[in-house]
Write a protein that binds this ligand. Structure first.
Ligand code: ZN
Length: 281
């Protein structure tokens, strides 16, 4: 089997993780910019974006894995609008680097007015990047808040995206960390939806496959979002195992774990991994 992990923070993982992922069939990863566990200075963001675009792709390549990434200021660090302005000014240059798929993971953390302001500015950056190339807006990857803030945060995010009208194409936006109470509003509005499988919070393999059975696999991506916390890049494999247990055939698994992310990311000309042709039996 070949898999693409559409959301994983490899800068905080070891080479052993890369090796295990390669042995388990992972051919590509996409790494959104995120919170380091502490707030950084604007200068540190420039270094971080260089790590994502220069060093991490070479580390992945030594295990035969293609590495793509997303650039943004994480919502956890969006409270300081002065800092946000400085960091956002760095982003346009990085968006044109070869392994950068777009703007992400932007979103909301505590649903504050400042977070919302910085979210809107990021969306505008994606629109401006597209206009500069004479094409549609850059792809956008969105983090939805945790636990009690998720429902309200997801609604606020959908409302803000709607404010941009026809400038935003839902097929070029992936809204991540959906759960049972947020999946239908995301899918009904035409966005891609991501499910995150964690050992402790977010979704479990069983709940994720339940949601696939109820809502279908169309425009769905499954990720392990492994980072420096309690997480494991091989939880997408556990989820695939659960799907297999429920009788999903190989074509369905390839579609969900390889072709869906390949189709979404493939809207960026730099993402050259094509969906695998599957024959239904
Ligand atoms: Zn993340």
């Amino acid at each position: 089997m070949f898999l693409i992990d559409p959301h994983v923070h490899m800068v905080s993982r070891t080479t052993t993780d890369y090796e295990n992922m390669a042995m388990a069939g992972v051919v590509a990863v996409s790494e959104p910019a995120f919170w380091a566990g502490f707030d950084r200075s604007p200068a540190a963001f420039s270094d971080y974006y260089r790590q994502l675009t220069e060093f991490e792709p070479t580390r992945a390549a030594s295990f035969g894995i293609r590495h793509f990434c997303w650039i943004c200021l994480n919502p956890k660090e969006a409270e300081d609008l002065g800092k946000a302005r400085e960091v956002l000014s760095l982003i346009p240059d990085f968006l044109s680097r070869p392994n950068v798929l777009g703007v992400g993971e932007i979103g909301l953390h505590k649903n504050t007015p400042h977070e919302m302001e910085v979210f809107r500015r990021h969306v505008q950056l994606a629109i401006d990047a597209g206009a500069a190339r004479g094409g549609p807006h850059a792809l956008i990857l969105i983090h939805t808040p945790h636990l009690a803030d998720k429902l309200k945060g997801t609604r606020l995010i959908l409302d803000m995206l709607r404010e941009f009208g026809a400038a935003i194409d839902p097929a070029r936006v992936l809204i991540d960390h959906v759960e049972e109470h947020t999946i239908s509003m995301v899918k009904d509005a035409g966005y891609w939806a991501g499910m995150t499988i964690y050992p402790t919070t977010k979704a479990t393999p069983e709940r994720a496959i339940d949601m696939i059975e109820v809502y279908g696999a169309e425009q769905m991506c499954i990720n392990a979002a492994a980072d420096w916390g309690i997480s494991d890049p091989l939880w997408i494999h556990r989820t695939m195992l659960e799907a297999q247990r429920r009788g999903q055939n190989r074509a369905a698994l390839i579609r969900l774990f390889h072709n869906n992310p390949a189709s979404f990311f493939g809207q960026h000309p730099g993402f050259s991994i094509r969906p695998i042709e599957v024959v239904e039996k």
